[in-house]
Design a protein around this ligand. Sequence first.
Ligand SMILES: O=c1ccn([C@@H]2O[C@H](COP(=O)(O)OP(=O)(O)O[C@H]3O[C@H](CO)[C@@H](O)[C@H](O)[C@H]3O)[C@@H](O)[C@H]2O)c(=O)[nH]1
Length: 344
Amino acid sequence: MDISLSNGRFLVTGGTGSFGQTMVDRLLASGAAEIRVLSRDEAKQDAMRLRLRDDRVRYYVGDVRDYDSVSKASRNIDFVFHAAALKQVPSCEFFPLEAVRTNVLGSANVADAAQRNGVAAVVFLSTDKAVHPVNAMGMSKGLMEKVAQAAVRNSSSPTRMCIVRYGNVMCSRGSVIPLFIEQINSGVPLTVTEPTMTRFLMSLTESVELVEHAFVHGRSGDIFIKKARACTIGDLATAVCNLFDVPAKIEALGTRHGEKLHETLVSEEELTRAEDLGQFLRVSVDSRDLNYSLYFDEGDSGRHDRPDYTSENAERLDVPAVMRLLATLPEVRAQLPRALADRV
Ligand SMILES: O=c1ccn([C@@H]2O[C@H](COP(=O)(O)OP(=O)(O)O[C@H]3O[C@H](CO)[C@@H](O)[C@H](O)[C@H]3O)[C@@H](O)[C@H]2O)c(=O)[nH]1
């Protein structure tokens, strides 16, 4: 089957979220024949229905935790983008089993339903927090990656499954940039956890580009990463204040539950078998089978001589560069007085 966003029937799990809605917009603009949105919240679906008013989008209320609802939504579908997840780090720390139910078991349901329904390809959305994970959200996403790769290894199904891993998506729902802007608008200090903490910065558009790249070019079991720039949270807070032309008033919060100082997009072990594709990296699945004698006799000849790819050693943006980047984001521009937007 021809692999393109304009051809076929698509299912987007978590389709009412920040990524999901951007992906659905992209699919509609590309001319996709049918797009199903699977999500739990009927009110968000209704708001989306009213915004889009497009018959090609069908809404399925359901939960990836429930195999039946995933299976029904996957019937006669060609391609799945699996974005449904519990993604807030602090809340997953308090409810780790909820993260397991949605991110691990829910993803297993998506993989299983796709294989049984003859779906051609699935892209699973993962996160840098899945690498060397220290919090329940990252651990559950790391296990999701393993579940997807095991589904590829353990089955002769033709369903192609790829994973994309990305860093912080600027302005996604509940994230720090909209919070900083809200704090500026309310005239209260910006709550900064730890100024030296670093994070990768990606736009929603870039996250959709990464998913599209994996969808078109991925081989089963591949993990795709888009090379990204990073900044410190202290510089991010200063950049937001400068952009809105307010003095930088900062209240130190301290590191939150389960947070890392720096994130890792690709581990050094993965880098030994990563393929550099320019803007993207491809880490293919370790396809050796479970024959222990081969592990002992042949081992892994890859050399571990490259450090992890982290938000600490990635291209670092300074305050003016972060300001320029923020000023390109529609979500930020919508809040920024015209005169200030034009100055950057
Ligand atoms: O009041 C706040 C809230 C957050 N932060 C910091 O801002 C950064 C970003 O925080 P946030 O936007 O909450 O994102 P993360 O906790 O890093 O997690 C996001 O980014 C991940 C990718 O790393 C995604 O997988 C998650 O779903 C998403 O919530 C972190 O360094 C936080 O410590 C502050 O300084 N002040």
